[in-house]
Structure formats: C-alpha cells, structure tokens
Design a binder for this molecule. Structure first.
Ligand SMILES: [Fe+2]
Length: 383
C-alpha cells in the first residue's frame, strides 16, 4: 500500500497546551498575528484568549472574529485586507472547522494572491502560507490537522473544496480545557463527525497501514469517551480522550480519503443548512450497510474496535454489530432518528443524489454506486 502523508510538523495535545502558543509563535518567527475566530461573542472571547497568550511572548495581534458557519470567499477577502493593513506576519486560527477553513483561505491569498476560486481542486498554490497555528476548540472536524479548506462562493453558494498540502498548519493545538464548555448537542455532533471520519477512513480505497492504525484507535477512543463527554462536559479525561480521537481520525482521513457519508452529507448542509456532524451520524448506518457487502471483514474489525465484535462471530455478524453499535450510540447521544425528523423532504432527494454523485469525497468510498438512483436509495434508507 503506497502512501504519501501530510500532517502538521508540530502537534500539541495536552491540557493547558494553549499556553504554549506564544512560544511556538516566536519559534516560527512571528511578530504580529492575525487571529481568526468564529463570528459572535464566543469567537471574540476565544480570540482575546489567544491574544493574551501571545502578548506574554511579546507578540502583537489583531482579532478577526469573522468566520461564519460556512465560511465564504468574502470573509476571506476581509481577513486578507486586515492582515495587510495591520502588517501581520503570522496566522493563528482558533475555533472549529469554520475558523480553520477561513484562516486557510486567508493564508492562501496572503502569499499566493488572486481569489480563492482559482485554487479549487488539488495543489494549485505555488507558495507556502505564512507561519500558521491552529487551535482547536471542538473535538471533531479534524480541520486543525488537514490540508483541506471548504469555502463557499458568496454569489453562487457553490462549495469550493481546496485541497493543497500547503494549507497544512505548522503547529496544531488540542487543549481539552478549551472543550469543557461545549454543550452536549455540539459534543455529540462533533464527536460523531470524528467517528464518521475514522470509519470512512478505515474502509476508504486509499487506506494504508498507517491510516488503518490511526482510524482503528480513533474508533475505540470515540466509543470509550464520547458518552462520558456528552454526559459530563467538564470531565477533563473524557474531553482529552475525544481530543485524541478527533486528532487521530483527522490524520487518518486526511491521508486515506473519506466516502459516501460525507458525499451524501454535504448537499444536505448546502440545501437545508443542517449541521454536518448530526447528518453524518444519521447517514452512517446506511452507508456502513451498503459498504459491508464489499468490505465485510473491514467492517467486522470496526466492530472489534468499537468493543461490540467477537472473533467467534462471522464477519457478517460482526459487521451487523458495528452498524447496530452506531445506531445505539446515536440514540444514546439523542441524535435525531432519521433525515425526515431533521426536515429533509423526499421530493428533494433526486436533486440531492445528483449532487452527491459529484462529491469528490465519495470517490474513495469502497463500494461505488452505479447510478444516482442507488445514491438516492442511501438517502431513503436514512429517512
Ligand atoms: Fe466531517
């Protein structure tokens, strides 16, 4: 299994890791940072937290709390302008996937110029980003370690996927202390996103020995820690366990690819604005069942990783246990029972299935559909 691996050069995962950001920013040669955070009071607060840490290392900063839930090219343009006006030489993102993706877009344009649509696709940039640190506050998207940014065209609403090794951060930070205030619903959604990453990565066509080991351990960690983090947000051991789970799952899928859970999920977010992690959780059982026809032995190993599989059962029985295990976890985390309960209309499914067929993330799914009707069947099975 040949492999090419992308990941940040330095990765900090420990309680209090945020306090190390100033030292690493100095180490990277930064003197003034643009801090990219999510919109609203939480983003402002998180931005100020990073600014305080940087100040203790004599690094100036300006906070741009302008990353919306689905960051757009226009948000990137505003950030690029601020970066230039304030003479910044360092980029620090704090938040979940939105802040990270917006910061990746800003970094890309700061050094490469032009507009983000020019970089849609794979490895289109020619220059590296400025020194770049990602501080994760949700345990799920994996965006702090990935080389991908999804940005929306503000005029056409088209979601542009930019995959470029240059988008990879220099330093990623996972500090469980930053996650204790996440409400249970967000903990469930981001945690199930991490589980989807790990399961999709484990059966993806580009999986390798390295991504297998990352994904397998991530699956075990999610099953071990997510219910506890959901029940008791300030359980620091559970939060740390989920930091590790999401981090490993992020590294796994960044290098192996994803599958139909994400291919089916993206059009639903585009059309209804539904949350990514919850959609993935709802779609995961049907896609696992579809894939298990072809990769039953891999699915059986997933059951073992989840703690619900046994060697004396057949692969088929274990694969069913894995699917049932995900359904049990969904119920335990109060994930909606299906797409209908989330407001998805059956009449929209043909159009959504056509869009799902075009999703690049679906190309590494192990069992490919032969038609849009088959893709639609996966939506119907998740209703
Ligand atoms: Fe995801």
């Amino acid at each position: 299994m040949p492999g090419t691996y992308y990941m940040p050069g330095v990765n900090l995962i420990h309680r209090g890791a945020l306090q190390d950001v100033g030292a690493w920013a100095s180490n990277l040669g930064g003197t003034k940072a643009l801090i990219v955070a999510s919109m609203g009071s939480t983003g402002q607060e998180q931005g100020r937290m990073v600014a305080d840490v940087l100040e203790r290392s004599s690094i100036a900063s300006v906070v741009y709390a302008g990353a919306g839930p689905n960051p757009t090219d226009a948000m990137v343009v505003t950030g690029v302008q601020l970066y230039g006006d304030e003479h910044c030489d360092l980029l620090v993102a704090i938040g979940g996937g939105s802040a990270m993706d917006c910061a990746k877009g800003i970094g890309l344009i700061v050094t490469n110029g032009g507009t983000v649509d020019q970089y849609e696709g794979e490895n289109k940039a020619s220059r590296r980003l400025p020194p770049f640190i990602t501080v994760n506050t949700t345990a799920g998207t994996g965006s702090e370690v990935t080389s991908v940014a999804v940005l929306t065209d503000s005029r056409t609403h088209h979601k542009m996927t930019i995959k470029d090794w240059r988008l990879t951060a220099d330093v990623s930070v996972n500090d469980a202390q930053l996650m204790v205030s996440m409400p249970p619903a967000l903990t469930a959604a981001t945690g199930m996103d991490a589980l989807s990453h790990a399961i999709e990565a484990y059966v993806a066509t580009n999986a390798t020995a390295l991504t297998d080991s990352l994904a397998y351990e991530a699956i075990t960690l999610v099953c071990q820690w997510l219910p506890r983090a959901f029940d008791k947000g300030d359980d620091i051991a559970a939060r740390h366990g989920m930091c590790n789970a999401a981090f490993l799952a992020g590294l796994a899928f960044n290098n192996s690819g994803l599958g139909y859970v994400h291919a089916l999920s993206h059009p639903l977010t585009g059309k209804y604005g539904l949350p990514h992690g919850v959609l993935n959780a709802v779609l995961l059982p049907a896609v696992m069942r579809w894939n298990s026809v072809l990769v039953g032995s891999r699915m059986a190993k997933i059951a073992v990783a989840m703690g619900v599989g046994h060697p004396w059962r057949t692969d088929r029985e274990n694969a069913e246990k894995a699917i049932a295990g995900v359904e049990d976890l969904n119920r335990r985390l109060r994930i909606p029972p299906g797409l209908s309960a989330m407001g998805v209309r059956e009449a929209d499914l043909p159009e959504l299935a056509e869009q799902a067929m075009e999703e690049l993330v679906g190309k590494t799914n192990p069992r490919q559909v032969a038609s849009a009707e088959q893709m639609q069947r996966l939506y119907l099975d998740s209703m």
